[in-house]
Design a protein around this ligand. Structure first.
Ligand code: PLP
Length: 393
């Protein structure tokens, strides 16, 4: 018998992958499946970014780079932060990582241990809880409520802090709800954090470029008073449709940077060089590809929200960010995961049950609108027929 350490009994995953695998299996049996389960843009990476990656390979960028990433890319990240958030960060505080998840992994590894509490959003990206449990720390969910527009409540978050809390994870715009936490609420949260000076904050802003209805994304980098304990997470996966390239970046406080660098040295060595050069093209190049993609998501968002609200006993608030809708299905009588499974098996529509994002996700399902308007309309029609036809058991 092999003696794998017990931590691996506690590590979780994204159940969305299981749904996607099942959707794939059904499709390979010849079933027509509309996939609203997947959390990645359905557009290709813009051509000028692809060309920069190809050029880098042709130019001979084949070797290791510094573990923290090449300087021109770290400078491009600093410029992006200045352009979008109007905040100055030094390129030496920026780290290039293989995807947004790696920043999460590093931050949770740094603070998680038995006896420690880590606050994370529920419903939220499933890897937060999985990683917290892996470290042996106690995951403490911060409920994210529909009545707050799926924004963080500063008051509720601050009330959960105890002397054992070491890390607070914030995510806005959010997966799976599409919620955006308004500036006033973040102001309140940061003000309250003054009373907890030893608490680190991980701000997952991977959907920061994707907001709608005039809603502004407000970065936690704006708060000088917490910069010495803030880990900022961003990356190219969503903004530039680059999920498979594996390119993320983070900004670290001085006191944590070297530990993060050593984690990189001990794990992936560096992000592959060609991807880093493609990242420079993404950040320094024209941004109309981002504007166009967000406009397209906005168009689909309206179709999804209108269609969901027309379904029997379903209601959906307008998500202000990311590319997800999180309709309330509690009035249908279905349990969320049962409904998601029945929709896939019987109606041919892949969605994710809310509880896959945490216990507070019961009563909801997540739909990604990273699919064509035509497919979204088709899925809504199939869902309508299904809900009109089938009774919850
Ligand atoms: N953070 C959130 C909230 C996400 O939804 C995702 C991906 O779905 C990530 C981080 C991870 O992004 P990446 O693919 O760059 O690792």
């Amino acid at each position: 018998m092999l003696h794998v350490v017990p931590a691996f009994d506690r590590i979780g995953e994204e159940n969305a992958f299981a749904v996607l695998a099942r959707a794939g299996a059904l499709a390979s049996e010849g079933r027509d499946i509309v996939n609203l389960g997947i959390g990645q843009p359905d557009m290709p990476t813009p051509a000028h970014i692809v060309e920069a990656g190809i050029k880098a390979l042709r130019d001979g960028h084949h070797g290791y780079t510094p573990a923290v990433g090449i300087l021109p890319l770290r400078e491009a990240v600093a410029s992006d932060i200045l352009r979008r958030h109007r905040v100055t960060v030094h390129p030496d505080s920026v780290m290039i990582v293989p995807g947004g998840k790696v920043t999460m992994f590093m931050a949770i590894l740094m603070f998680g241990a038995p006896g420690v509490e880590i606050l994370y959003p529920d419903p939220g990206f499933p890897i937060y809880r999985s990683m917290i449990e892996f470290t042996g720390a106690t995951p403490v969910p911060v409920p994210i409520r529909e009545e707050n527009g799926f924004a963080f409540s500063a008051e509720e978050t601050l009330a959960l802090i105890t002397p054992k809390t070491r890390l607070l994870i914030v995510n806005s715009p959010a997966n799976p709800t599409g919620g955006v936490t308004p500036k006033a609420e973040i102001d309140k949260l940061v003000k309250g954090l003054a009373e907890h000076p030893d608490l680190a904050v991980l701000s997952d802003e991977i959907y920061g470029t994707m907001t709608y209805d005039g809603e502004q994304h407000h970065s936690l980098l704006n708060y000088e008073e917490i910069r010495d304990r803030l880990i900022y997470l961003d990356g190219a996966s969503k903004t530039y449709a680059m999920t498979g390239w594996r390119l993320g970046w983070s900004v670290w406080p001085k006191s944590l940077y070297d530990a993060a660098r050593k984690l990189a040295v001990n794990s992936h060595s560096c992000v592959n060089a060609a991807t880093q050069w493609a990242g420079i093209a993404a950040l320094n190049g024209p941004q109309d590809c981002v504007t166009e993609m967000v406009a397209e998501f906005d168009r689909r968002r309206r179709i999804v929200v209108d269609g969901l609200n027309a379904l029997p006993n379903v209601s959906c608030i307008s998500p202000k960010g990311a590319f997800y809708a999180f309709p309330n299905i509690s009035e249908t009588g279905w349990k969320a995961k049962k409904l998601a499974s029945a929709l896939l098996e019987e109606a041919g529509v892949a969605v994710i049950g809310g509880p896959d994002f945490g216990v507070c996700g019961e009563g909801y399902i997540r739909l990604s609108y990273a699919n064509s308007a035509e497919n979204i309309r088709k899925a809504l029609g199939l869902m309508n027929d299904f809900l009109a036809r089938e009774r919850a058991d």
